[in-house]
Design a protein around this ligand. Sequence first.
Ligand code: ATP
Length: 222
Amino acid sequence: MSGTSERGDKRTSGVGSNTPRRAVFGGTFDPPHVGHLILAEWVRVALDLEEVVFAPAAQPPHKQGRVFAPALHRVMMVQLAIASNPRFSLSLVDVNRPGPHYTADSVRLLSAQWGGPDTFFYLIGADSLVDLPTWHQPQEILRACPLVVVDRPGVHVDLERLEQVIPGVRQRVVRVSAPLVGVSSTEIRRRVATGRSIKHLVPEAVEAYIREHGLYRVRPNG
Ligand code: ATP
């Protein structure tokens, strides 16, 4: 695996024949939005991947204290959001097992399923990379798979500092420059709770699902 590289082009330099051909995109997807879809497709093309596997999180331990829409709703919304892209798929690796739901365990399971380490990238936004030291067993995650990190508006990543906290992280991160889309699930929940439009911020089918199931009407804690 090569070290950190800024990617807007086709392949990861120096990775050779072991370049993973898929990326796993973990997230709470509460709800999934156009930012998720744009960055997933951008990364897929930039790294010439066969597929991006969306893996909704059950109750992420690092987002304790927040109330999430039930996992079933989030899974359904992800399914609707990715339906039109044949290169996107869904994994229930996280939601289909008892907690605690650590990403380290999910990537271990996926690694076993797909034939060992480095069979996939784990895709995250820059804010998640900044948070990585607070995740459970970050070194284990890095052992299982390289990270693909895309920029996020307003987020600065200090890789030197991160390297001091998680030695070796730099060598396991591929940075992809994707268009900055300043949409977040938090903002969408807020807009629904205050009766504002979310048109074009989420796929139409997701918008309809949120409406039909009355999701996010009251969102006291973000
Ligand atoms: P919330 O606002 O509820 O925290 P979110 O919009 O960050 O949610 P998540 O489901 O937590 O969405 O995101 C999954 C992954 O996608 C994270 O790694 C996050 O950094 C990344 N991500 C989400 N939205 C964007 C965006 N607009 N640009 C870049 N990365 C994003």
